[in-house]
Design a binder for this molecule. Structure first.
Ligand code: 13P
Length: 253
C-alpha cells in the first residue's frame, strides 16, 4: 500500500520560540493519535530545523523536512544550504519545485532536476511540487502543463530513484487563497499524473508513488480530499501553523 503522508510547510513564518512551541504542541497531540499509519513531515524554516529535530527525538512517524536545498554539492555558494548539510543532522525530506520558488526565485525545470539529483544523492526524499496557474486551468491545459513539469524535472531518474520521490500537486490558484481544488479536480489530476508515471516507469512503480494535494487544505476539506483513491495525503501551508488544525488534518484519513 502507498504511504499516506501529511506534510506541513511553515514557509517563512514563526520565530524560533514560536516554532518550538508549535512543534511541542504537535508532538503532544500526536501522542494521542491512534492511526499512526500516516507519516508526518514538519518543514520549518532552516534555522528551526535543528531545534525541531531535537524536539522530535525518537518519535516514530514524524519526520523532518527542509523547504529547499542547493543544486550544488558544496563550496563557495554564500547563503545556500546543501542537501549534504541537511542530511548530516537528520533531515529526511526536502520540498522542491514549490510554485513560490518557481515564481519568486525563478527556479526552472532544469535547476529543479539538479536539486532533485542532489537530494537523492544524499538520501533525502524530494517532495516535488507541481501545479498550474488559473489561466492554464481556464484554458484547459492544466493536465498537460503539470505532466510536463514532471517530465522535465523527474523523468531523467532511474526507476529506483523515481521510487523515492513524493509528488505534491499544488494548483497555484489554490495556494493561500482559501480556494481549494474540489476533491474531484484533485483526483482527476492525481490520476492523470499516476498514468503519466506509469507510461514511463510502469504501473507497479506508479502505484507505489505517494501523490499529495496542497492548496488551502484544512480540517474542513481534508476528509473529502483524502477519500479520493489517488490522493495520498496533503502538503499543508497555513493550517500547519496551528497544531489543532494540523492534527485534525492528520486524522482525516
Ligand atoms: P496553503 O495551505 O496555505 O494554501 O499553502 C499550500 C502550500 O503552498 C503548501 O506548500
Amino acid at each position: 500500500m502507498r504511504k499516506k503522508i501529511v506534510a506541513g510547510n511553515w514557509k517563512m513564518n514563526l520565530s524560533l520560540e514560536e516554532g518550538q512551541r508549535l512543534t511541542s504542541e504537535i508532538l503532544h497531540q500526536y501522542a494521542n493519535v491512534i492511526n499512526k499509519q500516516v507519516s508526518v513531515v514538519l518543514n520549518p524554516p532552516f534555522p528551526h530545523l535543528y531545534p525541531v529535530k531535537n524536539l522530535i527525538g525518537e518519535t516514530q512517524g514524524i519526520f523532518l523536512g527542509a523547504q529547499n536545498c542547493s543544486d550544488k554539492e558544496s563550496g563557495a555558494f554564500t547563503g545556500e544550504v546543501s542537501a549534504k548539510i541537511l542530511a548530516s543532522f537528520g533531515v529526511s525530506h526536502v520540498i522542491l519545485g514549490h510554485s513560490e520558488r518557481r515564481e519568486y526565485f525563478k527556479e526552472g525545470d532544469a535547476l529543479l532536476a539538479t536539486k532533485v539529483n542532489q537530494a537523492l544523492a544524499h538520501d533525502l526524499t524530494p517532495i516535488f511540487c507541481c501545479g498550474e496557474s488559473l489561466q492554464t486551468r481556464e484554458e484547459g491545459n492544466h493536465i498537460s502543463v503539470v505532466r510536463a513539469q514532471l517530465t522535465a524535472s523527474l523523468f531523467h531518474l532511474s526507476a529506483e530513484e523515481f521510487s523515492k520521490v513524493v509528488i505534491a500537486y499544488e494548483p497555484i490558484w489554490a495556494i493561500g487563497t482559501g480556494k481549494t481544488a474540489t476533491a474531484d479536480q484533485a483526483q482527476e489530476m492525481h490520476q492523470a499524473l499516476r498514468a503519466h508515471i506509469a507510461a514511463t516507469y510502469g504501473k507497479e512503480l506508479a502505484e507505489s508513488i505517494s501523490i499529495l494535494y496542497g492548496g488551502s487544505a484544512n480540517p474542513g476539506n481534508a476528509k473529502e480530499l483524502f477519500a479520493k483513491p489517488d490522493v495520498d495525503g496533503g502538503l499543508i501551508g497555513g493550517a500547519s501553523l496551528k497544531a489543532g488544525d494540523f492534527l485534525e488534518i492528520i486524522c482525516s484519513f
